[in-house]
Design a protein around this ligand. Structure first.
Ligand code: FE
Ligand code: ZN
Ligand code: FE
Ligand code: ZN
Length: 304
């Protein structure tokens, strides 16, 4: 069973490879029922050409994906991954409103000026209290959900990317976060990129997913592909996680040209696929082997 992939990047962001058409072709070749292109919109307030497209590229990006929407009607959606940073929210909302995005993924990548998933800045973890990193991260993700700017919340527990773990249970804080998300009526993605990172686990964790299910938060699937070969990666594993968390349905987005409130259609998960075979329950805690590290074709690993 295949699911639409709503989290894919393109070469425009400076750390991925491939044009949008190559991602669409990869999705078609895999038999996915749809694909959303969701590249990084310009990082504000200071654009960084290694982690997002430039302001002047945004118009071309929108036009290029719009042309693919016209060529593959009902199959391709125009999305975007936007950074949630407290000081730039109104500018981001303006950017989102000035183009016909079908949906917007809202992601937290920064605590203040620190890019927590940026390998260029990994040494900062040694200077921080890891519990505080998680708490600050969850706080910002909750703020992102409540901002009303986004359709889907991206990689909910990105703070675990490099394998730094909190020293105590954050169950109370996690439930608080999930409550905020549920009240905000945003979707949450199961993002399989974490399987390709040191943590070797999808975002969010099975514990968070169980809470999301309890609070009836719909989920989408995203590979966070930064090269066309990663489209739809590990979606069997993602589906296994979803059903293990109690989900029977996942969310698909219908074209509306109106982020953040895309039209959501729930469809049944194929649980038979999700729970059988070696990709099933035994791997729910994440991958153990270092089998598929980022290949040499990835031009620059900034890690977003
Ligand atoms: Fe991404
Ligand atoms: Zn990226
Ligand atoms: Fe991201
Ligand atoms: Zn991302």
């Amino acid at each position: 069973m295949a699911y639409p992939d709503y989290h894919t990047h393109t070469s425009r962001c400076g750390h991925a490879i491939g044009d949008p058409i190559e991602y669409v072709e990869a999705a078609l070749a895999m038999g996915l029922p749809g694909i959303g292109i969701a590249d990084h919109i310009p990082l504000l307030p200071e654009p960084d050409s290694e982690i997002s497209m430039g302001i002047c590229e945004l118009v071309d990006y929108v036009a290029e994906v719009a042309a693919l929407k016209a060529r593959f009607p009902g199959y391709v959606l125009l999305g975007v991954e936007a950074d949630y940073r407290p000081g730039t929210l109104s500018e981001v909302k303006d950017l989102l409103a000035s183009h016909p995005f079908d949906y917007a993924i809202g992601s937290v990548h920064h605590l203040g000026s620190w890019g927590i998933d940026d390998e260029r800045q990994i040494e900062e973890y040694a200077r921080r209290d890891i519990d505080d990193v998680y708490l600050e991260y969850f706080e910002l993700v909750g703020d992102a959900a409540e901002s009303g700017a986004f359709t889907i919340i991206g990689h909910l527990d990105l703070a675990k990317k490099f394998g730094f773990r909190p020293s105590r249970s954050l169950a109370v804080e996690m439930e608080n976060l999930v409550g905020r998300i549920a009240r905000s009526r945003v979707l949450v993605e199961i993002n399989t990129a974490g399987l390709r990172k040191p943590v070797a686990e999808a975002y969010p964790s099975i514990g968070l997913l169980g809470l999301l299910r309890e609070y009836r938060v719909p989920i989408t699937f995203g590979s966070d592909a930064h090269k066309p070969q990663e489209v739809g990666a590990d979606f069997d594993h993602a589906a296994a996680l979803a059903s293990a968390a109690g989900y029977a349905e996942y969310a698909t987005l219908a074209e509306t040209g109106g982020a953040p409130r895309a039209k959501v259609v729930l469809r049944p998960l194929d649980t038979a696929t999700g729970l059988s075979g070696p990709a099933g329950l035994s791997r729910l805690g994440g991958r153990s082997g270092p089998d598929e590290e980022a290949g040499p074709s990835h031009p620059r690993e900034t890690g977003r």
